[in-house]
Design a protein. Structure first.
Length: 246
């Protein structure tokens, strides 16, 4: 028991290194009133399907709105946001988005009504997954459709963390043997370099279902920091271990 406690303390301390670095001021990506700072994937103003209501960004159902992206690109960051999804709904936030040939792709934090959408039965496609590549911890705490959840994406170099309602639910190092094996079994197996770029835009996806986002804030890290990859993988193997917050 003593050795396990020491191991968990080490995991917590080292995983927190991912978030401890010199950072710029945390800034909002959504002001709660307008869609300023967001465009279509072609860089045009957002004119349909997306609206602001009660301090949230709201995607109307089957409005043909399309995905929207931030006007700016981001590299290393800590992105925090709240969201709720309609019954049976599907959405997601992609990050470090860029063009791969004719497609606009990025790693995706999956947002889903796990209990009402078929993908919820496939762990690597369920809420909090790095879509179709990495599954989140099985005992994640998820609020039901129609209620807000709190999420967080932390990206430092090739290290990625997904958080849900205060818990670290996924940690992976892009380019590691674990990543390569999982990517080879995913829909991105034939996309060279997928996930390996170090900067790109943040995207809110449109799958035709109602979704709401609010309190979207980002902290951009400006200096590199050493991270122990083994700590991140170990943290993922210890479900629901609360991590220290920066």
């Amino acid at each position: 028991m003593k050795s396990l406690s020491l191991f968990l303390c080490s995991v917590t301390a080292q995983a927190s290194i991912l978030c401890s670095a010199h950072a710029q001021q945390t800034i909002p990506l959504f002001d709660g009133k307008t869609l300023d700072g967001w465009t279509t994937i072609d860089g045009k103003p957002v004119t349909r399907g997306w609206e602001t209501v009660d301090g949230a960004m709201h995607l109307l159902e089957n409005a043909g709105a399309g995905n929207i992206v931030t006007a700016k690109e981001y590299g290393d960051f800590d992105l925090r946001f709240e969201w709720k999804i309609s019954e049976g709904g599907n959405s997601g936030i992609k990050y470090r988005v860029r063009r791969f040939d004719k497609r606009v792709l990025g790693c995706e934090y999956q947002i889903l009504d796990d209990g009402g959408h078929p993908d919820g039965q496939t762990p690597k496609k369920s809420t909090g997954s790095l879509f179709d590549v990495c599954a989140p911890n099985a005992d994640k705490r998820l609020e039901p459709a129609g209620e807000y959840n709190s999420s967080r994406i932390v990206v430092r170099g090739d290290h990625v963390q997904h958080w849900l309602n205060g818990d670290l639910i996924l940690a992976v190092r892009i380019g590691s043997p674990d990543w390569d094996a999982k990517k080879a079994r995913s829909k991105f197996s034939k996309v060279p370099g997928f996930g390996e770029n170090r900067n790109g835009k943040i995207m809110l996806t449109d799958h035709g279902d109602e979704v709401w986002y609010r309190n979207i804030k980002i902290t951009v890290y400006t200096e590199p920091v050493a991270v122990e990859g083994v700590a991140l993988h170990a943290a993922q193997q210890e479900p629901r271990e609360r991590q220290s917050r920066p």
